[in-house]
Design a protein around this ligand. Structure first.
Ligand SMILES: NC(=O)c1ccc[n+]([C@@H]2O[C@H](COP(=O)([O-])OP(=O)(O)OC[C@H]3O[C@@H](n4cnc5c(N)ncnc54)[C@H](O)[C@@H]3O)[C@@H](O)[C@H]2O)c1
Length: 249
């Protein structure tokens, strides 16, 4: 039996990395997925990579665009016939020493990582069923562990974690679970970006915050997300699910 047979999943950030791996994993377990991302090309690649028995419908939208989010969530509920699980994966990163941190950097990081997540939660809660609805929000190990040159990104992920813990408490009356998940380093385009390690940084710092296991594969994070959003995690809410290869120790 597939864990996700008949389960309707709204997933953001599905065009790449962890989001793509999550779409592939959940569809393999039977989910009907409505996948949202700003990258039309990436979404098409994800849709091509998804095999059954589940299904995938894609929609291009920017998670920071409030009217676009409202329309996407309403269409997801229409298309799927409801929403059982919301999984927020869309996110952006930027490493920079504090001396060169800009207001634009701060606004962009908070806007995509926090505001986008919050908007999808607010809109999806109009559809998530009391008693079984679930939200998984992607935070980061950097929310709870100091990571050099990541002050703004870490703060935005700390905000996602804090938002999720309070939302979990707020939704206990509806018996809707909220699980923030905190990956350590994951081998995706996000950390392969040209500006991930700005010139002149002492890369020795980064070796100290890495797991002895090395970076995770996106599939390993997708497996944890698949657990968190499933009934197997029915008693799991309001606590940070760290998937970091022990890098926090
Ligand atoms: N890779 C890591 O080491 C790592 C570690 C901890 C947490 N995370 C988090 O995991 C999530 C996924 O990251 P990833 O590593 O798969 O990165 P990725 O860059 O491969 O994927 C991120 C996806 O988010 C989408 N996206 C970005 N801005 C968007 C917007 N405004 N609207 C809609 N979609 C948008 C991108 O198009 C992309 O498809 C992010 O929230 C990231 O912060 C990643």
């Amino acid at each position: 039996m597939n864990r996700y047979d008949g389960v309707k999943v709204l997933l953001t950030g599905a065009a790449s990395g962890i989001g793509r791996a999550t779409a592939i994993r959940l569809a393999a377990e039977g989910a009907a997925i409505y996948a949202v991302d700003v990258s039309e090309k990436g979404l098409a690649e994800t849709a091509a990579a998804v095999t059954g028995p589940g299904t995938i419908t894609t929609r291009t939208a920017d998670v920071t665009d409030e009217p676009a989010v409202i329309a996407a969530v309403a269409d997801a509920a229409d298309t799927l016939g409801g929403i059982d699980a919301l999984i927020n994966v869309a996110g952006v990163h930027k490493t920079t020493p504090i001396e060169t941190l800009t207001v634009d950097d701060l606004n962009r990081l908070f806007s995509v990582n926090l505001v986008g997540t919050a908007l999808f939660c607010r809109e999806s809660l109009k559809h998530l069923p009391d008693g079984s609805g679930v939200i998984v929000n992607t935070a980061s190990l950097s929310a709870t562990q100091g990571n050099p040159f990541m002050t703004a990104y870490a703060a935005s992920k700390g905000a996602v974690l804090a938002f999720s813990l309070s939302l979990a408490a707020e939704l206990t009356g509806r018996r809707i679970r909220v699980v923030p998940i905190s990956p350590g380093a994951v081998d995706t385009p996000l950390i392969r970006a040209a500006d991930m390690f700005p010139e002149g940084l002492d890369l020795g710092y980064f070796s100290k915050i890495r797991s002895y296991f090395g970076a995770a594969d996106p599939e390993q994070i997708a497996a944890a997300i698949a657990f968190a959003a499933s009934s197997d995690a029915g008693y799991f809410t309001g606590a940070d699910l760290r998937v970091d290869g022990g890098a926090h120790t």
